[in-house]
Design a protein around this ligand. Sequence first.
Ligand SMILES: [Zn+2]
Length: 142
Amino acid sequence: MSTIPGLERPAPVPNELTQPFWDACNERRLVLQNCTACDRLHYPPAARCNKCGSGESFEWKEVEGKGHIDVFMVIRDSRIRGFRSAQPINFAVITLDEDPGINFLSNLPGTPPGEVPPGAPVELIFEETNTGQLVHEWQVVS
Ligand SMILES: [Zn+2]
């Protein structure tokens, strides 16, 4: 279940490209595509490397799951289904420490809306969606 009251996390629908990513989430691991041709991590999953264009050289690589808050805002009036009953809600951009070029979006479970320490370190957690699929989330390190 979501640890944010009222929030309904949409369940992802895995496809051929994203299945390994979501399978790893269910094992509480975060894996990203790494292009072995140019040694570059990718998120979200892509069919081709956006640097060298290779579609043959991806391998899945587990990352440590530590990051920092790049920027955040508080959503108060979203029309997005699933957000409406949880508002106000944090909405943050996370940069991955292992590769600051990789960004994730997060609602920062456990941190009251607006009470987000600027630039705070965050760590990977997993939350359950209504299908039982786990999804990656980020929590401020206290
Ligand atoms: Zn590449």
